[in-house]
Design a binder for this molecule. Structure first.
Ligand code: SF4
Length: 244
C-alpha cells in the first residue's frame, strides 16, 4: 500500500490543461483543411465525395473521413492543418471553402440557464464501429476529466440534458434512437458525433442506414472518423458556452 501511495505522489497531477495555448492534434493527425483551389481532379481523388469543385464548392467536413488522400495527391488544392476546432452548429457550416471556418456557437441562452454548471448526455451508439464511442469514453479518464467542466455521460436518458449520437443510424437502431430522444426531458440538445452520424461515413447510401431522422434537430456537429477527443471536448464546451 505504501508503495502505491509513493507511486501516486510521483505521478503528480495528470489531467491536461484545456483549452491551452498551442494545443494541436498530434503530428500525424489531420485537422482543419486549408482549402486552396478545389478542381475536378481533387474532387475525383476523394473516395467519399466530400469535395465539390468550383468557386462555390468546398470540402465537406461532415463527409470527410480525414484519410488525407486528396492532400497527398493534390497538395496545391488542399492541405490539412493540425487545428482541432472543427465543430459547427449548422450542417452547411461544415463545408469549408476558401473563407474562414464558422465554428460552433453556444445553444440558446434559456437552455444554458437551465443547464447551469452541469451538462449530462446519454450516448446512443446507432450502428457505428465503436471508434467514436472510444474517443468519447476517453474524455472520462483522468487525463481528460471532462467532469471538471460539469460534462458527463449518464446511463439513463431521463437524467440527461441531451443525446450524443454515433454511427450511421441503422434500421435496427432507429426505434431505439427515437425512444431515447423522446425519453430525454425538454429542452434537450442533440449532438451528431463522427462522419457516420453526420452523413453516413463509409456507410453512406447503404440500404440498412437511415441517418438521424429529420425531426430530431441537431445542435452540434462533431466531424471526424473518429473525431479526436480534443475536437469532441472543444465542441461540447462551445455548445454550453464554456469557451468561445
Ligand atoms: S481527406 Fe477527406 S476530402 Fe480528402 S480524400 Fe479523404 S475523405 Fe476525401
Amino acid at each position: 500500500m505504501f508503495k502505491e501511495i509513493i507511486a501516486r505522489f510521483k505521478q503528480g497531477y495528470r489531467t491536461m490543461e484545456f483549452p491551452a495555448p498551442g494545443l494541436a492534434l498530434p503530428p500525424r493527425g489531420l485537422g482543419l483543411p486549408l482549402v486552396k483551389q478545389l478542381d475536378e481532379k481533387a474532387a475525383a481523388a476523394c473516395p467519399y465525395a466530400a469535395i465539390t469543385p468550383g468557386a462555390g464548392g468546398g470540402l465537406d467536413l461532415g463527409r470527410c473521413v480525414f484519410c488525407g488522400a486528396c492532400a497527398q495527391a493534390f497538395p496545391e488544392a488542399v492541405e490539412f492543418t493540425r487545428e482541432y476546432k472543427l465543430c459547427a452548429s449548422a450542417r452547411q457550416d461544415l463545408v469549408v471553402g476558401v473563407g474562414a471556418f464558422k465554428r460552433a456557437a453556444p445553444v440558446a441562452a434559456d437552455i444554458r440557464r437551465i443547464l447551469g454548471r452541469s451538462f449530462k448526455l446519454r450516448q446512443v451508439s446507432a450502428g457505428g464501429c465503436g471508434a467514436c464511442e472510444a474517443d468519447c469514453n476517453v474524455l472520462g479518464t483522468l487525463a481528460w476529466d471532462m467532469g471538471r467542466f460539469g460534462v458527463q455521460f449518464v446511463a439513463s436518458p431521463r437524467h440527461a440534458d441531451g443525446i450524443l449520437i454515433t454511427g450511421p443510424v441503422t434500421k435496427n437502431m432507429e426505434l431505439a434512437l427515437r425512444k431515447t430522444y423522446d425519453a430525454v426531458p425538454g429542452p434537450k440538445v442533440v449532438i451528431a458525433c463522427g462522419a457516420c452520424a453526420i452523413a453516413g461515413g463509409p456507410y453512406a447510401g447503404h440500404e440498412e442506414c437511415v441517418g438521424i431522422p429529420r425531426d430530431i434537430p441537431v445542435d452540434l456537429y462533431i466531424p471526424g472518423c473518429p473525431p479526436h477527443p480534443l475536437t469532441i471536448l472543444d465542441g461540447l464546451l462551445r455548445l454550453i458556452g464554456r469557451i468561445d
